[in-house]
Write a protein that binds this ligand. Sequence first.
Ligand code: FAD
Length: 311
Amino acid sequence: MVQGKHQSPNRFQSSISESLGHWSLVIIWDLVIGILFITFASGVDISGTGMDIIVCIKQVVVGDQVKIDPQTHSLVRSAEFSRINPFDLFTLDMAVQLKKEYSGSITAITMGPKISEEVLWKALAIGADRAILLSDSRFAASDTLATSYVLGMGIRKIGKFDLILCGMRTTDSDTAQVGPQLAEELDIPHITGVEKLEKKKNLFRVERASDGFREILEVSIPSLFAISPKAAVRLPSLIEIQDAFTKYSIECWDLEDLNADPMKVGSGGSCTWVEELIPIAQQKSCIFIEGEPRQQAKSLLSKLIEKNLLS
Ligand code: FAD
């Protein structure tokens, strides 16, 4: 500011207040930088309410394309007939809502063959910040316990987290065991069928439906929750999928990266195995009942009684 020799008192006053304003801005700015420096240098979490969320996602075989290897009795997986487990989409959706509310991060993790990367790209497009594929030929043929062990080792390697979210079940193996087993592996509490969750100081407040009641539970952090499916879920747009490919990459960890025990993975590390698989023959037939409406109704009634469907 150019100052004239003969300033009016008002001009002079405003120049003082502008200068004071400038210096107070400089002091505030220095204070902010100082606080940020001390905070980062000391490793203190400045987000305070931030939530670090891990979401477990499985790639499943599309329903009517399930083929079984006659030798190993394992599912035959191919990129063409695989997709993200629909129940895990609800979980991702919940993670995105929680991140919007509390800030923090979402890490998506899956154990599976290389083709399982596809579900991680989808997770990144939906809102995950990081994606990890646990893949090694020695992980193949793992039962739910070995799967939970591998996921647990992956999560130990990730390190800090506040909560782990799983789907309620999968549409191919459909055991609903992985969530609870993973919580046991990591020695943290778990709740299944979770519909709503919020963070309250040092714990989570969780709502779940049970036998016509609404249960409200409080559980310590960190915890694992299996999320109940809801009516609708948001799918990523093509632009979001394209953005994910340009913005992110997928980390891939094998047995050595996880420092995992080879005796606890794959068929050797599994305490259950498939002895035999017998396809269920579904017999459907269609019978047309001819005649007048009254006669048709009589005929239908007697057929239902004949088949023990009505008594
Ligand atoms: P659920 O427990 O129903 O899944 C619940 C949630 O856990 C999912 O929504 C997801 O959030 C998470 N989750 C589950 N699996 C994963 C994953 N891989 N990565 C990340 N998150 C996950 N498979 C073989 O390929 N070869 C075999 O020989 C074989 N033997 C089996 C023997 C038995 C007795 C059983 C029960 C299963 C066997 N399986 C085998 C299948 C294998 O155990 C499952 O694919 C896997 O453990 C997941 O189980 P699930 O699909 O029932 O998951």
